[in-house]
Write a protein that binds this ligand. Structure first.
Ligand SMILES: C=CC1=C(C)c2cc3[nH]c(cc4nc(cc5[nH]c(cc1n2)c(C)c5CCC(=O)O)C(CCC(=O)O)=C4C)c(C)c3C=C
Ligand SMILES: [Fe+2]
Ligand SMILES: [Fe+2]
Length: 330
């Protein structure tokens, strides 16, 4: 197929270490946790804590966790993001009968936003639709990706036209895709179970200061529950991945899962809708850590429902997001 497309697609995810060892994890965490969108503390206070404590203690511990989930081709976040990108590119190009450039970038680490933007430029792309792979907008993720994109274009003499997608927390195809994967899990296990929707947390202060993330997560949970016709007693909304000492969004996933069995809820399914792609936070923290805590406190059945990853429903959603955001270039 020849490239006659008048636009290209840039999909952006968070980023992940290049290898599951302490030096690479340290390099990744240094870049990620130095971004003021992620940790907004005064640098005079934060930099010594980051350099002397966090980047000393955390990398060897976290590297071991990456080793547990690492795939033959690399980090799950990168491998599975690439598979989704390839499927989106194939489906989009097939639909339009021409090659449509689609590139994947990571806000932190590789492939960098700069290198992906260069690749699009090399393919003659003048118009770029940018799709951050975060269903629920947060300044700590989506805006951070856009900061990096703007920085990468600083030296660019001929700016492309940009269409910046905001989020898709309430998109009908997203809700349908989540509902379908929950139903598929229920069919597989032969029973419906209490559904825990567990989102990556952020400091509560960010939301108090105006970040819409919590509201967007609540919207997703409500729409999934409505689609599956769940009563209020049949689902629970929680936040995981707490980092540091200050208060993060509540209810916390770990405390909630410890308490559920004593409330008579001993069999659960957990889905993590804020993660478009499975990664260390879902494959280890949810599946292993939270699963163990639930069972240690009287839970008898715990099954994680995978992220949408490279499934056909997810591809259909991304195609729709791209189509909605490129109407002006068709
Ligand atoms: C320190 C503050 C953090 C904020 C705020 C935060 C927001 C946030 N993150 C994601 C998605 C992912 N986070 C991942 C890993 C991860 N996140 C933090 C910290 C914050 N995240 C850390 C320190 C780490 C690294 C692991 C660790 O040391 O515990 C990942 C997975 C990356 C991977 O390689 O697998 C994702 C994805 C969202 C959606 C979000 C806010 C909405
Ligand atoms: Fe995170
Ligand atoms: Fe974590």
């Amino acid at each position: 197929m020849k490239n006659t497309s008048n636009y290209g697609v840039l999909m952006i995810n968070l980023g992940t270490p290049d290898a599951p060892n302490a030096p690479e994890v340290r390099r990744y965490l240094r870049e990620f946790l130095s971004d003021p969108r992620v940790v907004d503390l005064n640098p005079l206070l934060w930099k010594p804590i980051l350099n002397l404590i966090i980047l000393t203690i955390r990398p060897p511990k976290v590297a071991k966790i990456y080793q547990q989930v690492w795939m033959d081709e690399g980090s799950p976040l990168l491998v599975l993001s690439n598979r989704l990108k390839d499927n989106v590119k194939n489906a989009l190009s097939h639909k339009h009968g021409k090659d449509i450039p689609v590139e994947l970038a990571m806000t932190y680490g590789n492939p960098s936003i700069e290198s992906a933007a260069d690749k699009l430029r090399e393919q003659g792309v003048q118009n770029i639709v940018v799709i951050p792979m975060y269903p629920q907008f947060s300044a700590s993720t989506t805006a951070a990706a856009y900061d990096r994109l703007m920085k990468s274009l600083k030296k660019c003499p001929h700016w492309p036209a940009l269409q910046l997608m905001h989020d898709y927390a309430d998109h009908s195809l997203y809700i349908k895709a989540l509902a379908n994967s929950i139903r598929a899990q229920w069919d597989k296990q032969g029973e419906r179970r209490h559904l825990v929707l567990s989102y990556h947390g952020i400091p509560k202060r960010y939301v108090t200061n105006g970040d819409p993330y919590a509201r967007r997560c609540e919207t997703t949970s409500r729409l999934v529950a409505e689609t599956l016709e769940l009563s209020d007693q049949e689902w629970t909304h929680v936040y995981q991945s707490r980092f540091g000492r200050e208060e993060w969004l509540q209810p916390y996933a770990d405390a909630t899962l410890r308490a559920l069995p004593s409330m008579g809820i001993k069999k659960i399914n957990v889905i993590s809708p804020a993660f478009s792609i499975d990664c260390i936070e879902t494959l280890e923290e949810v599946t292993l850590e939270l699963g163990d805590e639930f069972k240690a406190n009287g839970g008898v059945a715990f099954d994680y429902i995978p992220a949408l990853n490279d499934t056909p429903d997810h591809v259909a959603l991304y195609i729709d997001l791209i189509e909605q955001n490129t109407k002006q270039w068709n």
